[in-house]
Each structure stands twice: as structure tokens, then as C-alpha cells.
Design a protein around this ligand. Structure first.
Ligand SMILES: *Cc1c(COP(=O)(O)O)cnc(C)c1O
Length: 385
């Protein structure tokens, strides 16, 4: 592996910002208007057009958006929201932050998406909403999800942080459904540096979101102010929106490239992969992450050692994610080991391998070759030990 040590470090993800976008940001910086202004309005309009004309409201993060979506649905103390135990912790944190109880259910081992049979079984008279995650950009079964929501009169708040550009039966995630929250964090499929957007919502819900994101304040005339609710502050800046406008132009290409790179992983590992590949999905998968499961039970080294070894070969890897219910904050709510076996196994075994649009197919080849070698040694080492 001597030659590989000289190759540049390959991170598991890296945002791609072009010169045109950098120039557009410089223009905003020189314009004298940096906070929410014409660029935010333009980004919301372009996102709305991208999502079939639905209402779009931007925020400083998906975390802020998810929290405001819950507030807009009137969810608070005494309420329950059903959500998967496998996601980024923000999904559950926002439920707890509005004073409601996150009710976890397990996920499918390969799709990583919420088990909808378990979700329906978890509904109680206190349940107000379901908050699913389109994990890694693979859409949840939207027909089943919304049938359940309708049957039980629940609101759906989709955590679509991974799913900008994903489609379900040809329809874009966010172009239908109740309240759909996207993230534009630098690791996501498009970025505004930090940022997010909510698509959908009733007129009343949109009103609450607007008040929550800017001090609860309304203006009238040249000098009239009122504050209707004690709102917070999570409005996007024009600087961030200028980044987002440049990214949105390239989103289709970014996602097509992600699919090509993943196709290469599947081609090379299609038969006899040394790790368990995630569900392949179809063309509607936007592949935010490529995260197989390690054969930890057969390995002589830990996942941490595996990641360190890959790093030594110039390849970055991540962990998305530990199971949420086993974090201290959620054990305090009474959750414990053994409740959600798939989420727990994913949490232990998952490893995110490099996937971002600027990668070459040869980078995928290098990752596959290196992982095969490292795991070959780790498993053989154990067998002969
Ligand atoms: C990234 C992420 C979030 C939070 O997004 P931010 O924009 O960073 O607040 C929420 N849920 C999931 C599943 C995510 O991956």
C-alpha cells in the first residue's frame, strides 16, 4: 500500500463551492445588505419552484426548522411524537425541546428507515405527529406513512435533512406531504453553510413559522411594531442564501454524480462484499451517505481501530449515527439497551465511506481496495488467532 500513502487524503465528504458562487457571495458582501433580504427571497422562490410551487420558508438550520414545525403544529408538553431511534440526534432533540415526548421505534436494518408497522403500533391518544427521516436520502414509504397519519389524524413532520432531490414514485420529497424540513449544512447534498428550509404547511402553520423565526414581530406602517408571540431568531442571511442559490443550480448534477459513485461501489461489491451494504433503492435515492455495516462480530479489531487504520491509508470515514435512545439524555427518559435491536446494531456497526460529487470513480476503487485489504486482515487475523 506504499503508493496509496502518497495519494491526497480522501475525506468522507466535502462541499463543492464553485467560483461563480464565491463571486456571488462577494457581491452580497459588497452590497450593504447582509442579513435576510433579496437573496433569501430568491432562494425561497427557487426552492419553491423546485418543489412544485409549494410554500418554502428558510431558517438558519434544519434543527431550527424542525423545532418551528413542531411549534407550528401546536405540539408541546403532554404530547407524543413518534420518531426512529436511528437518526442524527437533532430529530429527537427538537421533540424534547418543545416539551413533548419522543416515542422511539426501530428501523429497518438495510433501509435504516422507520418501521411503519411499529410506528402505527406506538400510537396512543397522546400522539400528535410522526417525524420520520428519509435516511441517507432513501424515501420512507410515503403512501403507507400518510395512510397511517390520515387514519389516526396525525400531522407528519418529515426530517428531510438528507433528502433534497430525492423522489418517491417520481415526485420530489418536499413537493407534497405536510411539513418537510431540509438541511443545508455543509455535509448535506447542498449547502448554505448553515441553513435549512421548510416546505409545505397550512397558512396558519406558515404564519407561526414566520413569527417563530423572527421575534414574533409584525410591523405596520413606517413605525408600528407588535410582538404576537415570544419568537426566537433563526432567519437565514443573504450571504448564506447566495451560497444556496449557487448550490441549487448544481443540485441535479451533484445528486446524479452521487448515484454514479454509489453504482461503482455496488458494482465492485455487488457480490461478496466484506461488509453489509445498505439498501440500494431506486433512482429516487439521493445518496446523502454511503454507510455499510461492518462485520464486527468476525473482526479482530474494533470499529474505532478500523476507522484509524483507514485514516492511516489516507481515507476518511464517519459514523452516522449512534442509536439515539442510548444517549444519556434519552436514557433519562427511561429508554434502555435492547429496545430497538436494529438501531442499536446499526449504531455499533455503521461506517460512512467517502461519497461526495467531486470524487472520481478511481477514488471509489481505492476505497474498495483498501477496505477489502483492511477487513481481509482483520477477519483472517481473528480466524487464525
Ligand atoms: C443534519 C441533520 C439534521 C440537522 O440539520 P442542521 O441543518 O445541521 O440543523 C437533522 N436531522 C438529520 C437526520 C440530519 O442529518
Amino acid at each position: 500500500m506504499k503508493t496509496q500513502a502518497t495519494l491526497p487524503f480522501l475525506p468522507f465528504t466535502r462541499p463543492g463551492i464553485d467560483e461563480e458562487t464565491i463571486a456571488a457571495v462577494a457581491e452580497v458582501l459588497r452590497s450593504g445588505w447582509l442579513a435576510s433580504g433579496p437573496k433569501v427571497a430568491q432562494l425561497e422562490a427557487e426552492l419553491s419552484a423546485y418543489l412544485g410551487g409549494r410554500s418554502v420558508r428558510s431558517q438558519t438550520s434544519a434543527t431550527a426548522g424542525l423545532e418551528m414545525a413542531l411549534q407550528a403544529c401546536g405540539i408541546g408538553p403532554g404530547d407524543e411524537v413518534i420518531t426512529p431511534a436511528m437518526s442524527f440526534v437533532a430529530t429527537a432533540n427538537v421533540i424534547a425541546r418543545v416539551g413533548a415526548r419522543p416515542v422511539f421505534v426501530d428501523v429497518d436494518l438495510d433501509s435504516r428507515n422507520i418501521d411503519l408497522a411499529q410506528a402505527e403500533a406506538a400510537i396512543t391518544p397522546r400522539t400528535r405527529a410522526i417525524m420520520p427521516v428519509h435516511f441517507a436520502g432513501l424515501p420512507v414509504d410515503m403512501d403507507r406513512l400518510y395512510a397511517i397519519a390520515e387514519r389516526h389524524q396525525l400531522r407528519v413532520i418529515e426530517d428531510a435533512a438528507h433528502a433534497i432531490g430525492s423522489t418517491w414514485r417520481g415526485r420530489r420529497i418536499g413537493s407534497f406531504g405536510d411539513l418537510v424540513c431540509f438541511s443545508f449544512h455543509p455535509n448535506k447534498n447542498m449547502t448554505t453553510i448553515e441553513g435549512g428550509a421548510i416546505s409545505g404547511g397550512s397558512p396558519e402553520e406558515l404564519r407561526t413559522i414566520e413569527l417563530q423565526r423572527w421575534h414574533g414581530q409584525v410591523k405596520s406602517g413606517a413605525d408600528g411594531f407588535d410582538t404576537l408571540i415570544p419568537g426566537g431568531k433563526s432567519n437565514l442571511s443573504d450571504v448564506a442564501a447566495a451560497v444556496g442559490l449557487g448550490q441549487l443550480k448544481r443540485l441535479a448534477d451533484f445528486n446524479a454524480r452521487r448515484r454514479e459513485l454509489v453504482a461503482r461501489y455496488f458494482e465492485l461489491w455487488g457480490r461478496g462484499a466484506p461488509l453489509r451494504l445498505p439498501e440500494r433503492g431506486d433512482a429516487g435515492h439521493s445518496w446523502h451517505l454511503f454507510a455499510p455495516l461492518l462485520p464486527l462480530g468476525e473482526m479482530r479489531i474494533s470499529r474505532a481501530q478500523f476507522i484509524e487504520t483507514l485514516r492511516g491509508h489516507g481515507i476518511g470515514a464517519g459514523v452516522h449515527y449512534p442509536a439515539i435512545h442510548l444517549f444519556t439524555a434519552y436514557r433519562k427518559l427511561g429508554y434502555r439497551d435492547g429496545q430497538f435491536p436494529n438501531a442499536e446494531r446499526i449504531g455499533r456497526e455503521t461506517v460512512t465511506l467517502p461519497l461526495f460529487p467531486a470524487m472520481q470513480l478511481s477514488d471509489v476503487d481505492r476505497v474498495v481496495r483498501t477496505v477489502n485489504e483492511v477487513l481481509g486482515a482483520a477477519v483472517a487475523g481473528r480466524a487464525s488467532a
